[in-house]
Design a protein around this ligand. Structure first.
Ligand SMILES: [Zn+2]
Length: 186
């Protein structure tokens, strides 16, 4: 194998694990940043008004505020109910604003609430999911993947087996590891 090609192959060792590790780490950082921001801020996405079964429109909203992701559903229960009181209108996209109140973070894991109005005309249901557990779930596997990817590259650069660290010095180029059987990167 030519030297340059061999060097590239050594540098690529563990690359998938490093990329996956950095990706999970970055996703966790983004969610953590949104979680912090949501103490002051409010993000509302009116993403759909869908046809309901009662010749009217039901509405869906996604909201991020106070450390929670909230999914709201408004459903019309009666034929002929005009959605005006619900403010049903075409979805108007993404709104980002600051709450203007003292920062507030809720430590919700999962919270579900539902409400039917007095006349039984419509039903609202809200599902709230806390954002804080997301980075905590992403970071441990990110750390493991990064560590494993970095260790593998370091071993390959030292001329050792990336998988088990056994020294491959003196072995023929292309020979697999005598200790664990991994195909050679040399
Ligand atoms: Zn090995």
């Amino acid at each position: 194998m030519p030297k340059a090609q061999q060097t590239r192959k050594v540098a690529r060792t563990g690359r998938k694990r490093r990329v996956a590790g950095w990706t999970l780490l970055a996703l966790g950082v983004v969610v953590a940043a949104v979680w912090v921001w949501s103490g002051w801020g409010r993000l509302l996405w009116e993403f759909a008004v869908v046809p309901g079964p009662h010749a009217t429109l039901d509405r869906r909203q996604l909201r991020v505020t106070s450390g929670e992701l909230e999914i709201d559903r408004y459903e019309v229960l009666k034929d002929g109910f005009a959605g005006g009181r619900l403010g049903l209108r075409p979805p108007s996209g993404l709104h980002v604003s600051m709450s203007g109140e003292s920062p507030l973070w809720r430590w919700t894991l999962i919270r579900q609430t539902g409400d039917e109005d007095r006349d039984g005309d419509f039903k609202t249901s809200k599902t709230r999911v806390g954002l804080w557990p997301v980075p905590l779930l992403l970071w441990p596997p990110a750390a493991l993947l990064l560590r494993s990817g970095i260790v593998a590259r370091r071993r390959a650069m030292k001329g050792a087996c990336p998988k088990c660290g056994y020294s491959l010095a003196g072995l023929a180029v292309g020979a697999s590891c005598p200790e664990c059987g991994r195909a050679s990167v040399r």
